[in-house]
Design a protein around this ligand. Structure first.
Ligand code: HMG
Ligand code: MG
Length: 287
């Protein structure tokens, strides 16, 4: 039996959040519904963040209300604060994700807060979600390189990952937000984080800006990670990370895993269809 590696689909959230043209909620719903048939266990649908900060995600409630939920699929949303959490709960998100930065520069740019302030703001979100029986996932951003502060010391990533673990996150996803990580820097970062958390509570979230995401996934597989975030069509980028390109493409990761002898459980015909549809939603700037 081939070993299973899970791909957590990010396309509707990380893939689309950076698009300048406001994509109609109906198109986002159609994308999620297509992805729901592809065999994913988890799909990140949208973000309950400030629409002043990320206008593209301003229709989060409409998208959540419009999707057709497939049995066995967890529909995740980002929640940066209690206001976002209330929205997520009202929308009956299956799980929520809280997100923090390993660098002060990116924390300020993305969350308008220091790392310590952001963790303080996230603690009640994690607490409320757990009281409501909603699983909480955590992200650490800029795990190897920050567009503002330069290289990120691995110990800083481990510290923030441990803080999110202590809040009750069931899994911590490690974000190479600007896709500048290399197998060596990813490996050094993982070595530090693995002192705090076992590999089965970690995920790799690698953007493919420099075309090294698959190499970084290989370095992470070697460290025992078995969950990777990816977006169909390789869409995406973070609006507050200059130079950030898309998440590594789901279809690329799936093909790579299959070639390496891992099972991923995805229907590639549906993935290709979803990737083409996702690409069609992009503005001309990316053509
Ligand atoms: P702030 O401006 O300091 O917050 O932003 P505030 O509390 O002063 O609120 C400002 C306004 O936003 C207020 O409205 C609030 O009500 C409203 P006003 O009174 O002016 O009319 N507001 C909200 N509205 C809806 N939902 C909410 C919400 N919160 C406040 N949840 C804040 C602080 C955290 C809100 C802001 O910085 C923010 O929303 N940041 C999110 C940025 C973001 O979404 N970035 C992309 C996702 S992270 C990512 O892509 C990285 C990841 O993929 C991993 C990786 O690649 O590394 C996960
Ligand atoms: Mg990301």
């Amino acid at each position: 039996m081939p070993e299973f590696v899970e791909i957590f689909e990010m396309g509707p959230r990380d893939g689309l959040q950076n698009e300048k043209r406001l994509i109609p909620a109906a198109d986002k719903i159609a994308l999620v519904d297509l992805l729901s048939q592809a065999g994913f266990r988890r799909i990140e649908v949208t973000s309950f963040v400030s629409p002043k900060w990320v206008p593209q995600m301003g229709d989060a409630a409409d998208v959540m209300a419009g999707i057709t939920r497939a049995p066995g699929v967890s529909y995740a949303v980002l929640t940066p604060n209690m206001k976002g959490y209330e929205g997520a709960r009202a929308a009956q998100a299956s799980e929520v994700a809280i997100f923090a930065s390993a660098s002060e520069g990116f924390s300020r740019a993305n969350l308008n807060a220091t790392i310590a302030e952001s963790l303080e703001r996230l603690a009640p979100v994690a607490q409320a979600a757990q009281a409501d029986g909603i699983p909480v996932r955590g992200y650490v951003s800029v795990v190897t390189d920050c567009p503002f502060d330069g290289p990120t010391p691995p110990a800083n990533v481990a510290r923030v990952a441990a803080a999110l673990r202590d809040m009750g996150c069931y899994e911590i996803s490690l974000g190479d937000t600007i896709g500048q990580g290399r197998p060596e820097t990813i490996d050094a970062m993982l070595a530090a984080v693995l002192d705090e958390l076992p590999a089965d509570r970690l995920a790799g979230h690698y953007h493919d800006t420099a075309g090294r995401a698959l190499d970084n996934i290989d370095a992470s597989l070697a460290r025992g990670l078995r969950v990777f975030d990816a977006a169909v069509g390789g869409l995406g980028g973070c609006p507050y990370a200059p130079g950030a390109a898309g998440n590594v493409a789901t279809e690329k990761v799936a093909a790579h895993l299959a070639a390496r002898g891992f099972a991923h459980g995805l229907d590639m015909a549906i993935i290709e269809k979803a990737a083409a549809f996702a690409r069609s939603l992009r503005g001309d700037a990316h053509a």
